[in-house]
Design a protein around this ligand. Sequence first.
Ligand SMILES: Nc1nc2c(ncn2[C@@H]2O[C@H](COP(=O)(O)OP(=O)(O)OP(=O)(O)O)[C@@H](O)[C@H]2O)c(=O)[nH]1
Ligand SMILES: [Mg+2]
Length: 462
Amino acid sequence: MNDLWSACSVQNKSANWFKQVAQRAEALGQQRLRVGVTGLSGAGKTTFITSLINQLENHRKGLLARRAPFDRLESVRWQRESVEQPFPYLESLSALSSNPARWPESTADLSRVVIDLRFQPQGLLRKVQPVKQLRLEILDYPGEWLLDLPLLQLDYGQWCEQMADWLEQEPRRSLAGPLRDQLLEVDPAAPADLQQLAELKAAWSDFLMRCRTEAGLSRNQPARFLQPGSDVAAEMLEFVPLLRANRHSIAPADSWFGICSGRFDYYRDFVVRAFYDEHFRHLDQQVLLVDMLGPMDAGEAALVDLRDAMEAVLSSFDYGRSGLLARLLRFRPRIRRLAFCATKVDKVSPEQQRAVQQCLEDLLLDRLAEVRHGGVEVRGLPLSAIRATRQEGDNLIAGLEGQDGWVRYRPGSIPAHLPQSLQLDSPELLPLRPPPGLHRSEPFPHYRMDDLVAWIIEGAQL
Ligand SMILES: Nc1nc2c(ncn2[C@@H]2O[C@H](COP(=O)(O)OP(=O)(O)OP(=O)(O)O)[C@@H](O)[C@H]2O)c(=O)[nH]1
Ligand SMILES: [Mg+2]
């Protein structure tokens, strides 16, 4: 009724006045949607965001053209300037469209994308309603940073106990090798040797890297040792777990324990907490990308670690358990929707893609139920941001990274559900290169990017 009244009265005014009102309404009417995109290292974040901008820029040609509300999308502007820590869109495009095509470079910091969308209004009043504007703000950040959330509950001594426990178990025990003995030798109460501490810290970072690359482990703490980001002073990252320390340890300020616990406190209070305060708390929605196929290929230990890591990541979205998160963070998070996506599913045949997503959801059944129970709407989608394979009968055809020509292969089996034992036949994955001929002005081939983009903006009043 209100709309109708204002429509009638607006029609009676001069065209000029109408324009001014419409412009003002436009200025006031711009909606903002802040979407976080995260995932562990190599999950596919950069490729996903590049494809997302590309799909929006080419909304008239791709699958988006055929679905609402993109059929009313008038214009799309990716903001190139005046964005702090901008996402490397042009760099990613240039890698993907080079010959031979390359995947984008790995990234280690957060970055931002701002995209302005203008939609034609719909319905009877579309002639008098202003254009609907949506500002989509995307924050891309390493998922590993969320793995540090549990640190907010720990003091340094407790963290040392936890790390000692982790280092007793395989594969970390073997991967740590002599480093474990060196850390066991340090007397926490003795005066700290800063030179030796720097060497131990470097060795700890190497160990974390080996955990990731050699054993496919995901929980590598502190997360900023591998992905420091640009906002942390390097010397404040110089601490290690002292394996003889525990929650009851007390030691002078210049001791190993004193120095390491001071830096741990800084890390916990000014690095981990600051990320949640400054960035995470402003997000409306979250896209969480998971490379499920890699750990399925690597085997049981990698699946167990992925499960533990994703459980830790998902606890940042678990608002159900009597306000624990709000207490830890000192604010009430407001993320209401979470897209949870197995990525790179073009590596298996289209009939197997839903099974990959199902296996991922089987792995995290309880934690996803808790997130849903806490009031977050969860949508699961098997995704390929850029489709590198083509199907021919039962076979897939693709190019391999670093090689010319094409291979024809039949992906191994993917079970309909993840077995409880987490033991399965390896799906046998190949290192694929991106498809040839990608260009910024054409929509990239993909699986379900259109479903996901539509779901993301569903919440806006368009
Ligand atoms: N086949 C296929 N491979 C993909 C796709 N997306 C990503 N990849 C592969 O996964 C790798 C990592 O993708 P990125 O987009 O760099 O992942 P990321 O999460 O940004 O990684 P970091 O920046 O290292 O944290 C790429 O180099 C590709 O090998 C996809 O849609 N299909
Ligand atoms: Mg990246």
